[in-house]
Ligand binder design. Structure first.
Ligand code: PLP
Length: 396
């Protein structure tokens, strides 16, 4: 018998619809995918060039386990420049993507039975990684009319003596919503008082629209900085998902443990990709703004179109490249005699009949919603939304 713990892990639910969409595409069908969890842009040229140079100059061997000093310094400089946060290089750990950083964090923090609070809707990976590390995920309820943001009352209600950490993801995948500075202050005060770590996933910090701003709880006070573990990376900001570079900034004792863990599980993050990440962080930043502006245009178009479709509702995304759409009013209806009893049904009927792939909210803990990504071309967005409108119009 294989490991019970491993067998209890669910495969990524975003994958099921994705593999069906890919299969249909490979059969030559004209499928429009709103499932993308990554920028549709190429990695900017100066970053790619840095990687070629790194290979040619022989940066192809093991590096220090927690990353090169050069990249840690680039991360520290970024945190100072953009977030006004001071970290020494012994507080930075570079990993093979932010997902790997999160895995290290839970391994470093959790003893069996320790609880990690996760506001719903959540990125699918958080609860699975907590379970894999013998922790207990505690799901915190949120309300759509509070923009899916967790309240102090909900935190109070769920803080037990086993509470070890809270996961915050702002801007949030899948909701696209951002916590205000005031909300974060209240949460940081609560967590400081109860000695609960804040795992602050800031991977979408550059993808913010309108007047919204992203703040890290680490910037509030010495105590808040001590309990905050910042998670970030180059995947989303620089269109570098496949390069696999993420990082954490934390108290030195946590960084030290994570670096030991990583020395045995990964040896080091990819050497060439670390050089590319240095170029991303230290190089010109215009590419980030260009991509953000393109996402913003698509976001506005998508939002206007979706809310004009009867029975669909959504909050305007404030950040990320996702829009979280309520399909609640379609549940209980039928399509050609087949009933829509969940967002899973909504997604599969939509894919079969209109060849549009969306991600059902079930995996995010929100079964009445679907997630639409606007990390795809404007042409796809225009055509895809037309098809969604006609699918919903055909529901009885
Ligand atoms: C994409 C994503 C990550 C991880 O990105 P990596 O490619 O592993 O660096 C982390 N958190 C959230 C919420 C994401 O959407």
């Amino acid at each position: 018998m294989l490991s019970k713990k491993a067998l209890s892990i669910n495969p990524s639910p975003t994958m099921a619809i994705d593999s069906k969409a890919k299969e249909m595409k490979s059969q030559g069908l004209d499928v429009i995918g709103f499932g993308a969890g990554e920028p549709d842009f190429d990695t900017p040229e100066h970053i790619r060039e840095a990687a070629f140079k790194a290979i040619n100059e022989g940066h192809t061997r093991y590096t220090p386990a927690a990353g090169t000093l050069e990249l840690k310094e680039a991360v520290a400089a970024k945190l100072k420049r953009e977030n006004r946060l001071s970290y020494e290089t012994n507080q930075i750990v570079i990993s093979n993507g932010a997902k790997h950083s999160l895995s290290n964090i839970f391994t470093a923090l959790l003893n069996p039975g320790d609880e990690v609070m996760i506001p719903v809707p959540y990125w699918v990976t958080y609860p699975e990684l907590v379970s894999l590390n013998d922790g207990v995920p505690v799901v915190l309820e949120t309300a759509e009319d509070n923009s899916f943001k967790v309240t102090i009352e909900e935190l109070e209600k769920n803080t037990s003596s086993k509470a070890k950490a809270l996961v915050l993801n702002s801007p949030c995948n899948p909701t696209g919503q951002i916590y205000s500075e005031e909300e974060l202050h209240r949460i940081a005060d609560f967590c400081s008082k109860h000695n609960i770590y804040i795992i602050s996933d800031e991977i979408y910090e550059h993808l913010i629209y309108g007047d919204h701003r992203q703040t890290s709880t680490a910037s509030f006070s010495e105590k808040a900085k001590e309990i905050t573990i910042i998670v970030n990376g180059v995947s989303k900001s620089y269109a570098m998902t496949g390069w696999r570079i993420g990082y954490t900034a934390s108290a030195p004792n946590i960084a030290k443990v994570m670096s030991s863990i990583q020395s045995h599980t990964a040896s080091n993050p990819n050497a060439v990709a670390q050089k590319a990440a240095v170029a991303a962080l230290n190089g010109p930043q215009e590419c980030v703004e260009e991509m953000r502006i393109a996402f913003d245009k698509r976001r506005k178009y998508m939002y206007d179109q979706v809310i004009a479709i009867p029975h669909l509702h959504a909050l305007e995304p404030q950040g990320t490249f996702y829009m979280f759409v309520s399909v609640k009013e379609t549940i209980g209806k039928t399509f050609n005699g087949r009933s829509v009893s969940s967002s899973d049904d909504f997604a599969s009927l939509l894919l079969e009949n209109q060849k549009v792939a969306v991600v059902p909210g079930t995996g995010f803990g929100a079964p009445n919603f679907v997630r639409l990504s606007f990390a795809t071309s404007m042409d796809n967005i225009v055509e895809g939304l037309k098809r969604i409108g006609s699918f919903v119009g055909d529901l009885k």
